[in-house]
Design a protein around this ligand. Structure first.
Ligand SMILES: C[S@@+](CC[C@H](N)C(=O)[O-])C[C@H]1O[C@@H](n2cnc3c(N)ncnc32)[C@H](O)[C@@H]1O
Length: 208
């Protein structure tokens, strides 16, 4: 059985707000301002679609390809229509269903943490290949810390999502190290929620 967020979709935002306050939404919105007018944007696992509202707030025209594997999450995302500046192509699917072509921006927010070590490299490789040279990858996720209450919270989250969504990931992986294996330059980063959440702007170097 593969991962399925349908069951948690109706209360996902409320739960995130209850546990993390505004940090989940604010962290992934933080670097959206780096996206230029006219960009082709790829969003993977966008959840209930709040990120589309935050993107539209920038008042810059963009073509967004929005991939969600959960039908329920996608339905909630579509409810955010209409947008003033975004043109959005909603697709129910996974990284395997990314339309051919390159994107100026890839956005992964609390998405890579879904996967385990066996699947993550392949997914990151696929997304990297779809990113144009000079394009940016906005990555937001939990980070590994040594703080006991944070480690406990992460453990609890993985347990919760394994039960309710059949999440394959079992522990938080070292995303920064994995990004460093690609031809990407870290341009900026910012922490949220007592350093437990990190949002990063990576730029794809020309030549690969
Ligand atoms: C932890 S949630 C994060 C949602 C949202 N990005 C946020 O920050 O609130 C992960 C999302 O990824 C979706 N998802 C899981 N595996 C996927 C895949 N292979 N391709 C596309 N979406 C996927 C889930 O349905 C879920 O909505």
């Amino acid at each position: 059985m593969s991962v399925n967020f349908d069951r948690v979709a109706p209360f996902y935002d409320r739960l995130a707000q209850w546990v993390f306050g505004d940090s989940i939404r604010a962290s992934q919105a933080y670097f959206l301002k780096e996206i230029r007018q006219g960009s082709r944007v790829l969003i993977l696992g966008g959840g209930t679609g709040n990120i589309l509202l935050d993107l539209d707030q920038l008042a810059r025209k963009m073509q967004v390809t929005y991939l969600e594997s959960s039908g329920e999450m996608l339905r909630l995302s579509r409810e955010k229509l209409p947008f003033k500046f975004l043109s959005v192509r909603f697709i129910q699917g996974t990284e395997k269903n990314i339309p051919s072509g390159e994107f100026d921006v890839v956005i992964t927010a609390f998405f890579l943490d879904v996967f385990d070590e066996s699947k993550l490299p392949e997914i990151m490789e696929t997304l990297y290949d779809h990113l144009a040279n000079g394009g940016i990858w906005l990555q937001t996720d939990f980070t590994r810390t040594r703080v006991p209450w944070q480690r406990l919270l992460v453990k609890g989250m993985y347990l919760f999502f394994r039960v309710f969504t059949n999440l394959p990931g079992k522990k938080l992986l070292d995303f920064s190290w994995r990004f460093s294996q690609f031809n990407l330059t870290m341009k900026a980063y910012h922490h949220f929620f007592s350093n437990m959440i990190m949002t990063v702007v990576y730029e794809k170097d020309a030549g690969r």
